[in-house]
Design a binder for this molecule. Structure first.
Ligand SMILES: C[S@@+](CC[C@H](N)C(=O)[O-])C[C@H]1O[C@@H](n2cnc3c(N)ncnc32)[C@H](O)[C@@H]1O
Length: 236
């Protein structure tokens, strides 16, 4: 279920070679102010939280991740920031002693894919239906009434191979699966295969996603203009 152990040692290298634009993600997060406490689900190696903590030093920040190897890197990265707390938890069993003004997930656990003018669909790192519902219900309990849930937006996935900043070759391959797709991630240095990781993703139509979230008290806040970094839901 979304285990990133194999990729963890190479994650920062791949992501900071242009896979994600962390400044842009944080710009968009900050536009959702006011909030003073924030929770990231699937914080990985802490790249978003580091950028956020630097830019908004007064926020109380919490990160949760399933993969200890990713969190170990996050712990080192975020050690200088006393306002950041990290927890090793699966979102399906999320249990923190606080509720937050804003919770978000970017590429971690849940995100939306927007492909041109087509309707967005929800992608989850959790392959089975029931644990998705349980995880979202646990997450909902950690968002304050009137608070916001932000789920990241990505473009469509496709097969490709591309060199990263140090000349190694990153590649990914997608295959369809029942209720979703399987994504294979690879990193190679010349003939040497350095990393291989496979994740089974579940997908939900936009209608299904809105219904699941509505049942938990979240109302979709439609956006105007260009493709955003997040879709926003407000808790009743
Ligand atoms: C693509 S990474 C995103 C990391 C980070 N948000 C970023 O933008 O760099 C996805 C992360 O979600 C975590 N994850 C996947 N399933 C999870 C679950 N059920 N509970 C908590 N974390 C999970 C993985 O361990 C991984 O670190």
């Amino acid at each position: 279920m979304g285990d990133y152990t194999n990729m963890s040692g190479y994650y920062d290298l791949i992501m900071t070679s242009g896979y994600y634009d962390y400044d842009k993600i944080v710009d968009n997060l900050i536009q959702h102010q006011p909030f003073s406490s924030v929770l990231e689900i699937g914080c990985g190696t802490g790249l978003i939280l580091e950028t956020l903590a630097k830019r908004q030093p007064n926020l109380t920040i919490t990160g949760v991740d399933l993969t200890q190897a990713m969190l170990t890197i996050a712990q080192q990265r975020l050690n200088p920031f006393s306002q950041v707390t990290l927890h090793h938890q699966n979102v399906t069993e999320l249990a923190l002693d606080a509720a937050y003004d804003l919770a978000f997930s970017y590429g971690g656990v849940w995100y939306f894919v927007i492909d041109g003018d087509k309707e967005p669909f929800l992608v989850s790192h959790i392959a089975q239906d029931e644990p998705n519902r349980v995880g979202l219900a646990h997450l909902a309990k950690h968002v304050k009434a009137g608070g916001q849930l932000l789920l990241g937006v990505q473009g469509p996935h496709h097969d490709y191979a591309s060199p990263i900043s140090n000349g190694m070759l990153y590649s990914q391959k997608i295959e369809p699966a029942e209720h979703g797709f399987i994504k294979h991630y690879y990193l190679a240095d010349g003939d040497k295969k350095l990393m291989a990781q496979t994740i089974h993703y579940r997908t939900y139509t936009f209608t299904e996603a809105l219904a699941m979230l509505k049942d938990l008290g979240f109302t979709y806040q439609a956006y105007a203009g260009d493709k955003p970094q997040f879709l926003t839901f407000r808790k009743a």
